[in-house]
Design a protein around this ligand. Sequence first.
Ligand code: AMP
Length: 540
Amino acid sequence: MLSTMHDGPLSIARILAQGTGPHGSSEVVTWTGAEPRRRSYAEVGRRVAQLAHALRQLGVTGDQRVATFMWNNAEHLETYLAVPSMGAVLHTLNIRLFPEQITYIADHAEDHVVVVDGSLLPLFGKILPTLSTVRHVIVANGDASALEAPAGVQVHDYDQLLRGHPDTFDWPEVDEHAAAAMCYTSGTTGNPKGVVYSHRSIWLHSMQVCMSDGMGLAQSDRGLAVVPMFHAMSWGLPYAALMVGASLVMPDRFLQPEPLVRMLSTLHPTMAAAVPTIWQGVLQHLDADPQDISALREVVVGGSACPPSLMRSFQERYGVPVLHAWGMTETSPLGSVARPPAAATGEAQWPYRESQGRLSSAVEARLIGEGGTEQPWDGKSVGELEVRGPWVASSYYRDDDPDKFDDGWLRTGDVGTLSPDGFLRLTDRAKDVIKSGGEWISSVELENQIVAHPAVAEAMVVGVPDEKWDERPLAAVVLLDGQQADAAELREFLTGRVAKWQVPDHWAFLAEAPKTSVGKYDKKHLRKQHAEGGLDIKHA
Ligand code: AMP
């Protein structure tokens, strides 16, 4: 028997209509370093229609790709909304990748148009001549005449391009399974992989972001989206915000702790999302120069494991709960969030909050152990996490990666346990687990313990080759400004916190931790530095 329900498509155009119509008085606020720029969603809606007309005039039809090379700001949000709503495909380019990777990605996706921030023109200008399919560049917030256009490429000014176009658009009805947006993962081996989101997957994922047991984004929120719009769609915040009418605060290029703290204390966001290294910097800044950030009801942290000490410090010193979430570009990205069960109160909440949390009901999971056997959800058996669901990729765009997918299941590359009540605890990335004397050492667990030392700002642990034990942990540490600690003291600190044989015997003290294009610890780089003898190793 078929249902009696209407079968209309779930579409970005509906999210746009809801956000810019009934929620037209909500706003997107873009930080500028001086007076923030404010734009109501009603105005965003009018400009989105104008942008869609302008893109049509430039010849954008069908599922052509319109790329962005931008910071998080109002114009990026407008492009997010206009491109999929008109049936084309938004492609967010990661501005921090190596130029050759950007060229590969833009060519692979066959980007036709690129919307670029004026402040990024010096970088983009070098890449543009290498892009083979781009025909139009639209410069937002900058001087379009500063860009030298290669033959066959036209350069436009964003605001001028919008001017004179009607501020309504007859949005086409799109198939909900059609591509809406794409994002490449910066894989550590091989070429970057394209993940293509559908209107349906974005819609369902947005609902999950808004569920109270998801990120709980609601109309009453002002969300500070620190996580870049070019990294896993800013964790879904832009579309989710328009879906429910939550306002957005966009940091633009001001991602250092000082301006972020000013945004928190002057624009009063109620929630904010960023990777742990950003929150670590914000915490240090707040400790040195305390500010009122009490408008925050919660901050979301994910992208890599959040050290428990960071979560506790935020809560204890500033009264702000930190919500730990897990996900990947391939999972749209929200997979799980760590909200403790109602029965756990006080101190008993922490083991749940420190875990990667419970997977959302739409995301199925299984753990595959060594030898390919499925592991029980007993909180002890370890395996690689595999997931599938309506907002989880089951293939890459024009790339048959044989290792990443298994009959619709995504092999996450993340290793850990699942408890009977569904809490995911990741011990490591499969490739970062340290194999020492036949036993496994979790690099994440060591990092969490080291960073709990009061003199330590950041800690990274990798396995390095060892003749006797196969691998041994190397800890690279960044100390807090003005603080002292040596290898012997840190080793002593770890005693009793981790098994004795796990305590690192190689230590390096760095001025800065190497990070990837999305702000995570770059362990590959650290291993390379070690292999090339580029680290000053201390042995305690
Ligand atoms: P990306 O696609 O760049 O967002 O990277 C996804 C990967 O980040 C995951 O496969 C995990 O290895 C890691 N990751 C994301 N969130 C967490 C978390 N809460 N704890 C540990 N690792 C995480």
